[in-house]
Write a protein of this length. Structure first.
Length: 457
């Protein structure tokens, strides 16, 4: 982390500083990890960091950010920043580090696949200099500032993932990221409840374009998206002057992907980027990952990567646990895609399962945050799956609609335990079974994945 003075935070946020001005070399939101740190007391739905200020001081915090008035006499050797919003103060901490960092900052968002594209982009940029990226999916209004706080002066590049479930979520984190380049991977059927409509999803994702383009940076959008014509209209001047570029399957794309072939040992495709073209075989499954690879090439190139590093960077990439991560055994295969589920990602995962041998079983949990579109989209999954897989095993209230449309191949279970017990029977019945596990993060489908793994021999 690049240090800053506590007085800088006070001035930037127009906050009140009580006590001495100190140099901050570490920022923490965890009272258990506060030695020589600035402790930011965040308030969430299930916790209030203000209740742990005393513990943070006991564990070595040298300064506190609080939205509650504290008695300075109770913390004589600790400086205090008083503010009205500790979450925003955390964001300002991230920005105070980011503004001093000389690295090129690439940002990205999308309804699905953004964590994969982030990892692909990181692999490419790492061949061009010292680089870092968002850990896991630390992509919300807490995770983004914490990622920025990891920046230091040894970096040449950083890739920041920005997630959103409501309008202005991305605009908010853009205040702190101030990216040089940006990418929208896709606009899909996700978080409709929070965004209010499909139109709201488009507007919410496009906030990243507003930020980067207004600051003189470059951005990339998918030409194969249903929203391409709208972007072309809304950002016509940016497309004409070359600050807004495209990736996709078209000849006019800045990065073009073609000849996509999915297989159980990895997806293959051809990629053309500027004057470079190459045939690629990746260590990840899923036809959609060819598009993700093209997106990563586009974002890496506009951020500073050399064309001759694209192919090797993508070859270095591998699947992340919980995201189409394959576990192979003598009697079964588990495609663990349990981390989360948007509609578009579910459809892509079903296509992948259809390539596998044996008795193909899709284990599906509710997709969350779909609002009024939930019933329709869960039904569409059932209609799609019934011609692609042999059995569909569902858990969750919303997947009742999925089962109804999938008819005879579907079974619904009231709990994980009953579903897993049925899966055990399938493994005993068939010589080889291929499982795909997918559902919303809140459905804890990873627990089912762990149980399936124990059935492998």
């Amino acid at each position: 982390m690049i240090s800053f003075k506590l007085s800088e935070l006070a001035i930037f946020g127009n906050y009140k500083l009580l006590g001495q001005d100190v140099v901050i070399n570490k920022v923490s939101t965890d009272s258990r990890d506060c030695k020589d740190a600035l402790f930011v007391a965040l308030k969430g739905e299930r916790f209030d960091g203000h209740d742990y200020i005393g513990k943070a001081v006991e564990n070595g915090a040298i300064a506190i950010v609080s939205s509650k008035v504290l008695d300075p006499n109770a913390f004589k050797n600790v400086s205090i920043i008083l503010c009205n919003d500790t979450l925003k103060a955390l964001g300002y901490c991230g920005y105070l580090v980011r503004r001093q960092c000389k690295a090129k900052i690439a940002s990205l968002t999308g309804s699905c696949g953004k964590t994969t594209v982030k990892e692909f982009t990181q692999e490419i940029l790492s061949l061009n200099g010292n680089s870092m990226c968002t850990n896991g999916n630390f992509n919300n209004d807490v995770g983004v500032p914490l990622t920025l706080l990891r920046l230091d002066n040894t970096l040449d590049y950083a890739v920041i993932e920005q997630g959103a479930s409501h309008l202005f979520d991305i605009a908010h984190t853009c205040e702190f990221v101030k990216a040089d380049t940006a990418l929208i991977n896709n606009v899909g059927k996700a978080h409709i409840e929070g965004f209010g409509s499909f139109d709201g999803v488009y507007k919410g994702k496009s906030e990243i374009l507003e930020s980067v383009l207004s600051n003189g940076g470059k951005a990339v959008i998918p030409s194969d998206s249903n929203y391409y014509e709208r972007w072309a209209s809304d950002y016509k001047s940016a497309l004409l002057n070359g600050s807004l570029l495209t990736f996709g399957s078209h000849d006019f794309d800045f990065v073009q992907v073609s000849n996509i072939k999915d297989a159980i040992d990895g997806v293959s495709c051809s990629i053309r980027a500027n004057d470079t073209s190459f045939d690629l075989k990746m260590n990840v499954i899923g036809a959609h990952n060819a598009s993700n690879a093209a997106a990563a090439c586009a974002l890496a190139l506009i951020t500073g990567a050399k064309e001759n590093t694209l192919e090797q960077g993508l070859k270095n990439a591998s699947s992340m646990k919980g995201r189409l991560f394959v576990h192979n055994f003598a009697n079964l295969c588990l495609i663990d895609d349990a981390y989360n589920a948007s509609f578009n990602a579910v459809i892509a995962a079903i296509d992948t399962l259809s390539l596998y041998k044996g008795h193909r079983v899709f284990i599906f949990g509710d997709m969350g945050e779909l609002g009024d579109a939930s019933k329709q989209l869960h039904e569409e999954v059932g209609l799609y799956a019934k011609d692609k897989v042999d059995e569909l095993l569902c858990v969750g209230k919303q997947t009742l609609d999925t089962c109804q449309k999938a008819s005879s191949i579907a079974k619904h279970f009231n709990c994980h335990e009953d579903l897993v017990q049925y899966a055990r029977c399938l493994v005993a019945k068939f010589a080889y079974t291929s499982f795909l596990v997918k559902g919303s993060h809140s459905m804890h489908m990873d627990d089912i994945s762990k149980e399936i793994i124990t059935l492998g021999v």
